[in-house]
Design a protein around this ligand. Structure first.
Ligand SMILES: Cc1ncc(C[n+]2csc(CCOP(=O)(O)OP(=O)(O)O)c2C)c(N)n1
Ligand code: SF4
Length: 313
């Protein structure tokens, strides 16, 4: 067990922190699941933090000059270098404290990026920062596309989904590749803490964000981030769809602490994946055959996860 987590006490619904590092009054689309997830994660991590944000929805909607929704120090950086800038920030704070230029205290460094920034453009800087062992939290807000620039595919977009660059038609059924498993890539770096989270399970999400911040060294949190605009669902459905993703095993909730897999919400009787797919316009074109194929893929991935956690169905 990691020393910092030995006496960890989780949040309770009745006792949530009052302070919000990310305030209300931002410009996200109505019903955005991603900004809710980020708000919850930051509430858990707290005010004693510095945020480094890659370009993307959450940067655009929170920082439209001359306004900002951030109540903590915040840096906007490019797609490719959020983790590198977070590394530099951590190293600089260490030196300033060692030289007595600022008081000695722990400050949480949080890097955030969308799935485009994380799985594609910033993957090398994330890998480098994890390999060097910087003490920071990386949060991937996975809305499964490049939403801020108009819903292009990413390597994290699921098989079959419609985006502007994976359009279904006579010769295409939508996204033709399987979703890249970035949490597994983070685990392969032998970092102390990796976890997946969803805004539908808000205490689970907040506890994981807090644990990620407490752990010394790199921590990676992959958050399912439902997006009514790109996924083409009603603005009132973000939580319902986020829940369905977990209940169908499309997005399982787990932690990997020092390499040990723990499934936090084991789904013994999963709902059919079709229930999740049929609520979203981006999967509207799928045939029954494709839906059956996606069901098989989901079952296979969940079986792999069960094995990694040493569990049976
Ligand atoms: C190097 C570079 N290429 C392209 C852009 C344009 N751009 C701005 S936001 C964005 C999409 C970001 O996608 P993602 O990281 O998945 O975050 P999301 O907006 O979906 O939250 C793109 C392509 C950019 N800012 N920098
Ligand atoms: S495009 Fe999607 S992720 Fe971006 S602010 Fe709107 S709902 Fe949220």
């Amino acid at each position: 067990m990691i020393k910092e987590l030995e006496n960890f006490k989780g949040f309770s619904a009745k006792k949530l922190p009052l302070a919000d590092p990310l305030a209300s009054g931002h410009r996200a689309c109505q019903g955005c699941g991603e900004v809710l997830a980020l708000k919850l994660a930051m509430k858990a991590i707290g005010m004693n933090s510095i945020v480094v944000s890659a370009t993307g929805c959450m940067e655009i909607i929170t920082s439209t000059f001359p306004q900002t929704a951030w109540n903590v120090p915040w840096l906007h950086v490019a797609f490719e270098n959020a983790a590198a800038v977070a590394s530099g920030t951590e190293a600089a704070l260490k030196v300033l404290m060692r030289k007595g230029k600022i008081p000695q205290k722990h400050i949480d460094i949080v890097a955030i990026g969308g799935d485009g920034a994380t799985a594609d453009i910033g993957l090398q800087s994330l890998s480098g920062a994890m390999e060097r062992g910087h003490d920071f939290v990386y949060i991937c807000l996975d809305n499964e596309a490049y939403m801020n620039t108009g819903v292009q595919r990413s390597s994290s977009t699921p098989y079959g989904a419609m985006t502007t660059t994976s359009p279904p038609g006579k010769k295409s059924f939508g996204q033709a590749t399987k979703k890249k498993n970035v949490p597994a890539i983070a685990v392969a770096h032998n970092i102390p803490y990796v976890a997946t989270a969803s805004p539908a399970y808000f205490l689970d999400l907040m506890n994981k964000a807090k644990k990620a911040a407490l752990v010394k060294g790199p921590a990676y949190l992959h958050i399912y981030s439902s997006c009514p605009t790109g996924w083409r669902h009603g603005g009132d459905l973000a939580i319902e769809i986020s829940k369905l993703a977990v209940e169908t095993n499309v997005f399982p909730l787990y932690e990997v602490i020092e390499g040990k897999y723990i499934i936090n919400r084991k789904i013994t009787k999963p709902k059919p994946v079709a229930e999740y797919l049929k609520k979203q316009g981006r999967f509207r074109h799928l045939t029954d055959d494709l839906i059956a194929q996606i069901q098989r893929q989901v079952d296979e991935e969940y079986d792999k996860l069960l094995k990694l956690a040493g569990e049976t169905a």
